[in-house]
Design a protein around this ligand. Structure first.
Ligand SMILES: CC(C)(COP(=O)(O)OP(=O)(O)OC[C@H]1O[C@@H](n2cnc3c(N)ncnc32)[C@H](O)[C@@H]1OP(=O)(O)O)[C@@H](O)C(=O)NCCC(=O)NCCS
Length: 200
């Protein structure tokens, strides 16, 4: 998994996002198929551990990959509590969406999801020329919607009946945060300003 190392570690006040190592894969794989972790808002399942390991290893060289690019690791006490990533979300438009799961239930409600997404957004605006970072969320997933809005994402619209899971179609909220909005966010939002994009 040497190419995974091409992704930089992202350091926050209480946690870091780092590329997955082999030792992380079993725990994070189990979250995918645990209805207590992912349900009721999504339909993610992964069929085999080997497929999962291959997808994680290939993710850094595939902008559209949905596999985890990062594990969310607490500094104190040291523990992996989640996974996160981003993916190219449209074949023509320059849309990249973030995603995130705090897989350890006891670690939820402590601000770790918020910190992880802030780190991801900050990284994407620093490392790419993107004008916008997005996210799509089942409208019924109130914790995730609140998390995005706390960070400063705007609800740009809704894909009505955009996702089928648990036996019916679900409306999906489309969230976006522009580079200008991120650069002019209040200091309490964390991080230092990532204004100008790198040269393309
Ligand atoms: C959505 C999800 C990632 C949120 O993660 P989380 O770590 O619980 O989120 P946070 O702790 O940052 O925020 C949750 C609450 O904790 C509160 N909180 C507690 N301490 C906090 C702190 N130090 N800093 C910030 N928020 C804090 C927040 O205010 C927030 O409250 P509210 O949402 O009731 O207003 C998590 O519920 C999850 O993994 N869900 C399943 C997967 C999923 O739905 N992923 C998103 C798919 S789009």
């Amino acid at each position: 998994m040497s190419d995974v190392r091409a992704l930089p570690t992202l350091d926050g006040p209480r946690l870091r996002l780092r590329p997955p190592e082999l030792a992380d894969l079993r725990t994070t794989f189990d979250w995918y198929n645990d209805p207590e972790v992912v349900a009721p808002y999504d339909r993610f399942t992964v069929d085999s551990f080997d497929d999962y390991a291959r997808a994680v290893a290939a993710a850094p060289s595939d902008p559209a990959s949905l596999a985890p690019r990062y594990v969310v690791e607490l500094r104190e006490p040291a523990a992996v509590v989640g996974v996160a990533g981003y993916y190219r979300a449209h074949p023509v438009l320059e849309l990249t969406d973030v995603w995130y799961v705090i897989g350890v239930r006891d670690a939820r409600g402590k601000g770790y999801g918020t910190e992880a997404v802030r780190l991801l957004v900050d990284h994407l605006f620093r490392a790419t020329a993107l004008g916008r970072v997005g996210a799509t969320v089942d409208v019924e997933n109130a914790p995730s919607c609140r998390l995005l809005e706390r960070i400063g994402f705007h609800r740009d619209g809704v894909h009505r009946s955009g996702l089928f899971h648990h036996g019916r179609w679900h409306d999906v909220a489309v969230y976006g945060l522009t580079r200008d909005e991120w650069a002019s966010r209040p200091p309490a939002s964390g991080g230092t300003a990532a204004g100008a994009p790198p040269a393309r």
